[in-house]
Design a protein around this ligand. Sequence first.
Ligand code: SF4
Length: 300
Amino acid sequence: MHAPPLVGFRVAPPLRFLSPTKLRTYATCPLQYRYRYVDRLEAPYTPASLVGQAIHETLEVNFRAKKHTRRDLPMFEAQEEFDRVWDRHAPGPTGAADFDDAWEDAYEGGRQALEHYLTEAAAALVPHLVEHRFRFTVPSVPWPVVGTVDLVDHNGTVIDFKTSRRPYDATYLDSDLQLMCYAIGYAAFRAGSRVRPGELPSPYFIPNVRVDVLVIGDPPSVQRLEARYDREHLREFGERAASIAAGIEAERFEAFWRAPDAVEDASVCRRCAYADRCPDALVLPDELLKADGEDGDQEE
Ligand code: SF4
């Protein structure tokens, strides 16, 4: 099944804000950023990205309810929520065995990973804030950063949920722009008027961060990564955000692997929603159905 080629027309209104997803997308591949935010091309779900989305939405519903009830959802309600999201976006059977099998496998794997998480890990979480909006400014960046933190627990730890077919690299949090945004966003919220306009909050206000990776497999498992960002992390974040903003302003939207000294890493394209249509993709369309998962981030 081949998608139509990408057409490079631009219809985007002027940029008003950055988001963790925009920053991460540009850092991953400027061309992917262009497709998504400048050309505004539709990005159809893959089996892996729909698993991420269905788990993300189900956990959001679970923790919103738990804030009041202090209990996780009964399993059948959580599974109904997962199915509701799945049925809204998944294609029906096509008769093409590989295609249908990939979607069926993803559905089963996602349901099992969700059940495992709710049984083994969710009980220890006491939600304080769920889907909490934030906004902060970065020196030398002309737009504010706006986004939503998945969960802040009662200890003030910022928690994000991911899904993947394999565990993340142990150093993932050291450089993840998205989690840094969440930490800074919550810090800015906590610091309030103590943050001067155009500056990042003091490291004193930066919370602990954690990502729970729901690893889809047989059996499923949960990987927990934790970090605490310091002054050096904030400085690096500020530099990277300013560099990305400069690239967006200058409309530098080349494929990531065309940058000087870049590595031609096909796994980046395997996780890209536009890989089936991108002329610069490093993978063939047939390799994409079993690609590794995205985390189902909702657009900020
Ligand atoms: S397929 Fe690869 S090169 Fe093309 S936009 Fe996606 S990540 Fe970039």
